[in-house]
Write a protein that binds this ligand. Structure first.
Ligand SMILES: Cc1ncc(COP(=O)(O)O)c(C=O)c1O
Length: 447
């Protein structure tokens, strides 16, 4: 089961859900009647081989009708263009809606200091770096941000990537070589799974949270092979926190490196918003932390923090770092400012948690099933896909934006609407959303 982020993830799931089985409508090329004596151009009235190949390739596209059916039925929940954003309120199709599906946990995308820093950098450095970090694309801003993140997260060094997705690709494919094994929780994010696919090592996947299963796999493979355990610090669709103490004990016992993807933990967990390892007081025991700027840090980009040696190695062996352009100046400066605000305004985190408690308690007291979440990620179980999309649509029409989660991320009978809290939501907005959930949930027999 692939895990994905919020909107993009759900789309992937929907596409997979509806992707047709393979059809072999085409005869093998040897059967194609070609003109006698013709070497390159096909004769009139027959099909060009190249054209036929293209047709064969595109057949899957022709067969893919499910998304269009959903669009036709008015139930298609993806790619909704936002024409204006005021933080917790967005305008879609000319109507204001409460954003209950964002990962902007601290509400920093509109913070004046973030906007000011981004705008200053835009004018000082231009609109893009037009090159890789490795060559012409390193700015002093990148190095400042790497220094600030390493210090904030208690590690020696940091390496920036252009997205959180490529940070996981670069980390795993960069470190896990031939003969090494990477151990993944089955609910890990898709970028971790893809990083393992890109590496030359082997991948072992254990059931979600099954540390016994993980340990058995490590024992079977022995300690002579390089081993890395990679899990989400906070699981993106469920909102539960990884058992870092248990994972760290197992990693040490078996000589494995432990890496956390703290995409949903930075700014949310830890005494200073410094993530899952800090939340458990285990910064030393966690070897590597990867993360993203597309959530609490209100931008786009990713990072890996670790020992100086590991980061130095990744700088020279991580293809998703070397073969892509670096983070644009305005984003980098915006993230630096957001990281400073995160530390200067801890009351935002308090507010985020107060909002989270209100939303979680509200859902539970109404009778909704929200699973084992411990964080601002609050998935509301609806059931079958059709009902989930219908509920999504009714909430959307009532002014509440949520994200549907469909198979294969979840079993077909356990589709859900993923909601998430921001520090800047007001209690009035939360109560409004709960009221809409209650009435629509009753109409549809969800509660
Ligand atoms: C757990 C997790 N890791 C990584 C990513 C990828 O982050 P980015 O959006 O920066 O590519 C996401 C985003 O959805 C995520 O949820």
């Amino acid at each position: 089961m692939l895990r994905t982020g919020v909107i993009d993830v759900s789309l992937t799931q929907a596409l997979r859900l509806v992707s047709p089985t393979r059809h072999h409508y085409f005869k093998p090329f040897s059967d194609i009647a070609m003109c006698e004596n013709s070497t390159s151009s096909p004769c009139r009235g027959t099909v060009d081989t190249q054209e036929l190949q293209q047709v064969a390739l595109f057949e899957k596209c022709r067969q893919f009708t499910k998304a269009r059916e959903m669009q036709g039925a008015g139930l298609y929940p993806y790619f909704k263009p936002i024409s204006e954003s005021e933080d917790t309120v967005v305008v879609i199709d000319g109507v204001k809606r409460i954003m209950l599906g964002s990962n902007n946990y601290l509400g920093l995308t509109h913070h004046p200091k973030v906007l000011e820093a981004a705008s200053r950098a835009l004018h000082r450095y231009g609109s893009g770096c037009t090159g890789s970090r490795f060559l012409n694309g390193t700015l002093d801003l990148h190095e400042q941000l790497e220094g600030a993140l390493a210090e904030f997260l208690g590690k020696e060094a940091c390496l920036l990537f252009s997205t959180g997705y490529s940070a996981n690709l670069g980390l795993i494919a960069g470190l896990v070589g031939r003969g090494d094994v990477v151990y993944l929780d089955k609910l890990d994010h898709a970028s971790i799974v893809d990083g393992a696919k890109l590496s030359y090592g082997e991948t072992e996947r254990f059931n979600h949270g099954d540390l016994g299963g993980l340990e058995r796999r490590l024992e079977r493979n022995g300690t002579s092979r390089g081993a890395m355990i990679v899990v989400d610090g906070v699981y993106s669709m469920e909102g539960n926190i990884a058992d870092v103490p248990g994972l760290a004990r197992i990693a040490r016992k078996h000589g494995a490196a432990l890496a956390l993807d703290d995409a949903h933990s930075i700014g949310v967990l830890g005494p200073n918003g410094d993530g899952t390892a800090a939340h458990f007081g285990l910064i030393e025991e966690v070897d590597i932390i990867a993360g993203t700027f597309s959530k609490s840090l209100a931008s786009i980009g990713g990072f890996v923090v670790a020992s100086e040696n590991v980061i130095h190695y990744l700088r020279h062996h991580s293809r998703p770092l070397i073969f892509t352009a670096s983070l644009p100046p305005s984003n980098t400066a915006g993230v630096l400012a957001a990281l400073a605000v995160l530390q200067q305004e801890p009351e935002r985190r308090d507010r985020l948690w107060a909002n989270t408690r209100r939303l979680q308690e509200g859902f539970r007291s109404l009778g909704f099933e929200i699973g084992p979440t411990d964080t601002p990620i609050v998935p509301v179980l609806v059931g079958p896909l059709e009902k989930t999309f219908l509920m999504w649509r009714r909430l959307f029409d009532a002014g509440v934006f949520t994200n549907p989660v469909a198979p294969p991320a979840v079993p077909p009978s356990q589709c859900r609407l993923r909601t998430s809290m921001m520090a800047t939501h007001t209690f009035e907005q939360i109560d409004f959303a709960l009221e809409k959930f209650a009435s629509i949930g009753r109409q549809l027999g969800v509660i």
